[in-house]
Ligand binder design. Sequence first.
Ligand code: 5GP
Ligand code: ZN
Length: 114
Amino acid sequence: MSDCLFCKILDGEIPADIVYESDTAIAFRDINPQASTHVLIIPRQHIATINDIADSDQAVVGSLYSAAREIAKAEGIADDGYRAVMNCNEAAGQTVFHIHLHLIGGRTLGWPPG
Ligand code: 5GP
Ligand code: ZN
């Protein structure tokens, strides 16, 4: 998708601090971090929202959680705990329409979210 910010990061058109890459996913640090670790994990495949995930995308979407596991370990937050969350559409606060898992940790996180 030529007008998608995260596809541009995937293409190297927009720079990002990439912390993880696999065949199906990449991850980079959020430009406006909400905790000491705030990484966005995205599929290489452009999928706009959770509503657009096809059953045939299950392996790709599952691989985002494998990435979360590995990044949390590398960041040293796996044992203390962290959140891996995906917003869907405007009411949930989604602003970039290429699905992404927010991996947030390094501090105690409140629940429920606002
Ligand atoms: P959403 O609100 O869609 O769930 O999350 C989008 C996230 O992307 C936000 O946390 C925002 O800070 C981050 N973001 C927006 N533009 C950029 C960018 O150009 N580079 C990076 N690394 N993160 C971005
Ligand atoms: Zn995209």
